[in-house]
Design a protein around this ligand. Structure first.
Ligand SMILES: [Zn+2]
Length: 292
């Protein structure tokens, strides 16, 4: 069998092992404030990651390990939920289930050392409108994250697609000093998308994060949700734990240190990222595995 380096294989699979660093990248280069030099791939890992999800389960199951990793590295993590996910269990009333989902989110966030936040739009009816964009803009200006992780738009769930649209524009609004709100403008450095079985259309893995050190804690946090164990018909526990093993296997190809990447999560970069950032993507700093 022909020997392939890890990078060769990732290249053939259309992936790259890019860094998820706190360097000066641009989430929306065309619209954000110009930041000058390319991402140098610093990995100080002291910044804030904000996970913005349509439903609490999405936040913890698909974005939680990345947030946990950031906290473990000395940074901060915020879970912003656009709804309480209150219509997710047909056998429990929305009022009761919404309260359960909030309690589970609060508990999970506590386990990870993250901060939960809510916008409380009706589950299934996330409004893809300006009011929601400004509400998320205000949350971004409040928490001032360097990195935002959210839904990819290739979803069969309308709330997820709305969340993608809202977050993209909210990042733009948050960074524009000319948009006067109560809080000062804040430019987000990086936007990435989480791997979610409901958002799989067109999703491309671009970044692998080694989440081995936080895996058990992340599973414990997810376990705060009854739906994690399949109570609403989908075994999130089996799926996302297996996915972490599968992604770890891919990320480990060619790694000398076999203790790394026992578990990994894959993230996607904005589709225009490579086209706009060809130079920095080819630099060693961003093609090597780095910390979040
Ligand atoms: Zn969802």
């Amino acid at each position: 069998m022909k020997h392939h380096s890890r990078r060769d294989i990732l290249k053939e699979l259309g992936m790259g092992a890019a860094a998820f660093s706190m360097g000066a990248g641009n989430a929306r280069p065309a619209e954000a404030v110009a930041r000058g030099s390319a991402d140098r791939g610093e990995s100080s890992a002291s910044g804030t990651v904000m996970a913005i999800a349509a439903h609490p389960g999405d936040a913890l199951f698909t974005m939680g390990a990345a947030v946990a990793r950031q906290i473990n590295a000395g940074g901060k993590g915020i879970f912003l939920n656009l709804t309480h996910g209150e219509r997710g269990n047909p056998s429990i009333s929305p009022a009761e289930y919404g309260a359960m989902q909030v309690a589970a989110t609060d508990k999970a966030a506590r386990i990870l050392g993250a901060e939960p936040a809510y916008l409380s739009y009706p589950d299934g009816e996330v409004p893809d409108n300006e009011e929601a964009r400004f509400a998320v803009c205000d949350a971004i200006r409040q928490h001032r994250p360097e990195i935002i992780v959210t839904h990819w738009k290739g979803s069969f769930h309308k709330d997820h697609r709305a969340c993608y649209n809202i977050v993209n524009d909210a990042i733009f609004y948050a960074g524009l000093p000319g948009i006067k709100r109560k809080l000062q403008a804040h430019s987000v450095s990086k936007l990435v998308f989480a791997e979610n079985w409901e958002d799989a259309e067109g999703f491309r893995q671009a970044i692998y994060l080694d989440v081995s050190d936080v895996f058990e804690r992340w599973v414990r946090a997810c376990s705060a949700f009854p739906m994690w164990r399949g109570e609403t018909g989908f075994h999130y526990d089996d799926y996302y734990q297996s996915l972490a093993v599968a992604r770890g296997s891919l990320a480990r190809i060619g790694q000398k240190d076999s203790s790394r990447f026992k578990y990994a999560v894959a993230l996607m970069l904005p589709p225009d990222y490579g086209a706009r950032r060809t130079e920095s993507l080819s630099s060693p700093a961003i093609t090597g595995q780095s910390t979040i």
